[in-house]
Design a protein around this ligand. Structure first.
Ligand code: FES
Length: 255
């Protein structure tokens, strides 16, 4: 007989706004990811289950959700590892609604990303996240006379910002307690991206100063309370909290 994995999944109806948790049993398969289990549910048990994904390879950053109370990427989390893998320490208690009798040992609990408005089921509204990202303008532009991104960077210079370049803007770090309490906080992603560009030798001086000024505003770098939850949940080793500290420590001295 095939072995089943139990799931307890957060549901929200976008029309009625009703919130509930639903149980599903998914046949276990070697190497199955959480995302694949959600596909199974959508294909075989409830086609209305809503969730985001694109690349299925931990690159696009679309499939962020909360798995057993830990923000994670559904496509890089194996079903078989959820109960046994080491969980990040000192995470806030994320609450989305009353969870009905969660059997923590046997049921995998799936909820949306924390601190974002839920649109439907596991799909959240990331508009605020992207608004702060756009505000920082962490990209090269001709307008600023930035140098062509493909030129004039030594291997050492590239290596020094490589971990920041790896950010896929998945929004897991928006689970920061500061984002929970301050709707105007830029969030760790936008600030880590700022550090990546401030430290990039191809950026024009004018553009660098502009980014520095933005991230020194009240709700940006100074609002970070150094919980480092972002460092612990980041799936790509970006260490956004350390990047924010880097801006605070290093770049403030250059002003
Ligand atoms: S589907 Fe792209 S990161 Fe998971």
């Amino acid at each position: 007989m095939e072995e089943l994995q139990k799931f307890l999944i957060f549901r929200k109806d976008s029309e009625t706004q009703e919130i509930k948790y639903e149980r599903f049993d998914v046949p276990k398969r070697k190497g199955m990811t959480i995302l694949e289990a959600l596909f199974y549910i959508q294909d075989n048990l409830d086609s209305s289950l809503a969730f985001r994904y694109s690349c299925r390879g931990a690159i696009c950053g679309s499939c962020g959700m909360t798995v057993d109370k830990v923000p994670d990427l559904a496509c890089r989390t194996q079903v078989s590892a959820v109960k046994s893998q080491k969980k990040p320490v000192k995470l806030p208690e994320f609450s989305f609604g009353k969870v009905p009798d969660w059997d923590q040992e046997n049921e995998i609990l799936i909820e949306p990303l924390p601190n974002m408005e839920v649109i439907q089921d596991l799909v959240v509204d990331m508009e605020l996240f992207w608004a702060f990202y756009r505000k920082v303008e962490p990209f090269f532009t001709r307008e600023w006379n930035d140098e062509a991104p493909e030129s004039h960077q030594s291997s050492d210079a590239a290596r020094s910002i490589e971990h920041l370049v790896n950010c896929i803007a998945c929004g897991l770090c928006w689970s920061c307690p500061v984002n929970a309490n301050n709707k105007n906080y830029f969030g760790p992603t936008a600030l880590a991206k700022a550090d990546r560009f401030i430290a990039d030798n191809r950026l024009s001086e004018e553009h660098r100063k502009e980014i520095q000024t933005k991230v020194w505003s009240e709700n940006a770098v100074p609002a970070c309370e150094q919980y480092f939850v972002c460092n612990r949940v980041c799936p790509k080793g970006v260490r956004p909290g350390t990047a924010i500290k880097d801006i605070r420590d290093k770049w403030s001295k250059t002003e």
